[in-house]
Design a protein around this ligand. Structure first.
Ligand SMILES: Cc1ncc(COP(=O)(O)O)c(C=O)c1O
Length: 477
């Protein structure tokens, strides 16, 4: 067969398989180093500015050199988030299969905004959306959107909610905007996540429109108070934002009771289930989200508990008409299908061009299956429970929450001790967790969200806390 002659007009880096293979090696080396390396980054700001900075190169640099040098310079500034001993905020690792699919996503470089631009990416999203609905017990006919994370899932869902409640009083918000519209009341729990307020702000619904319903001692919205506020709303366009999984304690609002209250008053019920909605995937934990299926919209992440790499979240909506009305856009130069044609994701997402996020979620779900997701959720919860029990053997340590799922909240006798113990744990490099303020006092939060956290990771972490407490006690003597 005749050998193909290289097209001299094409830049020589056009098919860089050596670059990709070397990059895969660097990536694998890093993942394999996680057990040995400190979880915290070791480089200072100045060191990173010096190793990564410098002038914008005037002329091209060999891509292999760029990648080698980038990896070398960034490495001391990397936090070992994929490690089994990273417990900060609520952050999962990357399941290897999801990381692999995510690599392919970059290489394939599909734009799933509309079917014509990424047929496989679009169909994978269609399939994955149906799988997620089944797994999490959401209505089969609910519409969905793959977005960057729960923050943008809130924006998507609450835009649909805004459309829906205003349409019910004869106001077309997409046509008329909010200026002069009937006011929308939004009822939120006192322990809601800040991303709810920010989503509402993006939608022109400011703080003055929010009514904060107090929380009980377990961070749950007080439903009798919610009912009082709903009664006072007197049929005005109303949205309720409830929560499955409070960020510090993992507490769940009583979604069944709240769904009753919403149904009785015609309010839209939105659920922030960033991580907590995944309880629905576990037969042992499903009771925590009883009633969630009756909501009007749901926002959650796949980059947290499902352990898909950043960034990946999903919005679901029980009213496809309102969802689509809030999101859709058309232009003459686009190739959009119509009724009976495959779904164009642009009709459902706040993004125009975007990453084909469905591939990694699809790979994670296909690889784990329903049982694997349930096991992942239950295993991480079991680690959190055992850890909380073990903490009580450490002098002066008080666990503050009922460990329902994967979150543990604890503190020591005063703020200074709590912050110093946390600092010592992080500085030890053995584990990474983050602090918070609860009821005006400093506390430490530990979130077990990583697929690979093992018994030995938990034992090392407990030892790190124990050592930090001992050192702090000695320091105080
Ligand atoms: C309860 C809750 N809601 C919303 C969010 C925002 O999610 P994201 O950072 O994926 O946008 C978080 C993030 O931690 C969360 O814990």
């Amino acid at each position: 067969m005749e050998a193909r002659v290289r097209d001299q007009s094409r830049p020589s880096t056009a098919v860089p398989s050596d670059l990709l293979i070397r990059t895969a090696q660097i990536a694998a080396d890093w993942l394999q180093s996680l057990d040995r390396r400190p979880v915290a980054a070791s480089a200072t700001v100045d060191e990173l500015r010096s190793s990564l900075g410098g002038a914008l190169p005037r002329s091209p640099v060999d891509p292999l050199v760029v990648v080698e040098e980038l990896a070398r310079a960034a490495e001391p500034g990397l936090v070992a988030i994929p490690s089994g001993r990273y417990f900060g905020f609520v952050i999962g690792g990357g399941l290897p299969v999801a990381v692999a699919a995510d690599w392919l996503t970059s290489v394939w470089d599909q734009c799933p905004g509309f079917y014509a631009c990424g047929p496989a990416a679009s169909i994978v999203e269609e399939v994955t959306g149906a799988w997620l609905a089944q797994l999490l017990g959401l209505p089969e006919r609910a519409s969905f959107a793959f977005v960057t994370g729960c923050q943008m899932a809130h924006v998507t869902c609450l835009a649909a909610a805004r459309h829906h409640v205003l349409q019910a009083v004869g106001w077309d918000v997409e046509e008329l905007g909010l200026s002069g519209s009937p006011p929308i009341r939004v009822l939120v729990g006192a322990r809601r996540h800040v991303s709810v307020d920010r989503a509402l702000r993006f939608l022109g619904i400011g703080r003055a429109s929010l009514t904060v319903v107090p929380a009980d001692g377990s961070a749950r919205m007080q439903v009798p108070r919610l009912r009082e506020e709903l009664a006072a709303a007197g049929g005005a366009p109303t949205i309720i934002c409830a929560q499955a999984g409070e960020v510090n304690t993992g507490a769940f609002d009583d979604l069944d009771e709240i769904a009753d209250a919403a149904a009785e008053t015609g309010a839209w019920l939105h659920i922030d289930g960033a991580f907590g909605l995944w309880a629905a995937a576990s037969p042992a934990l499903r009771h925590l989200v009883k009633g969630a299926e009756r909501a009007d919209s749901w926002a959650f992440d796949t980059h947290k508990w499902l352990n898909v790499p950043y960034d990946s979240g999903v919005a679901f909506c029980a009213h496809p008409g309102s969802h689509r009305a809030a999101m859709t856009a058309t232009a003459d130069y686009l190739v959009q299908g119509g009724p009976g044609q495959p779904r164009d994701a642009m009709d459902w997402t706040p993004a125009f061009s975007r990453r084909a996020r469905g591939f990694a979620v699809y790979a994670a779900l296909r690889s784990l299956g329903q049982q694997g997701v349930a096991e992942l959720v239950e295993r991480t919860c079991a680690h959190a429970r055992t850890f909380a029990e073990s903490l009580t053997s450490i002098p002066g340590c008080h666990v503050l929450n009922d460990v329902l799922i994967n979150q543990v909240l604890f503190w020591f006798k005063d703020d200074q001790t709590t912050d110093r113990v946390l600092r010592r744990v992080v500085d030890s490099g053995e584990a990474w967790m983050s602090g918070t303020t609860v009821d005006g006092r400093r506390a430490i939060r530990l979130s077990v969200s990583n697929w690979q956290t093992s018994d030995s990771d938990m034992a090392r972490t407990l030892e790190a806390v124990r050592n930090a407490v001992t050192c702090q006690a000695r320091h105080n003597e």
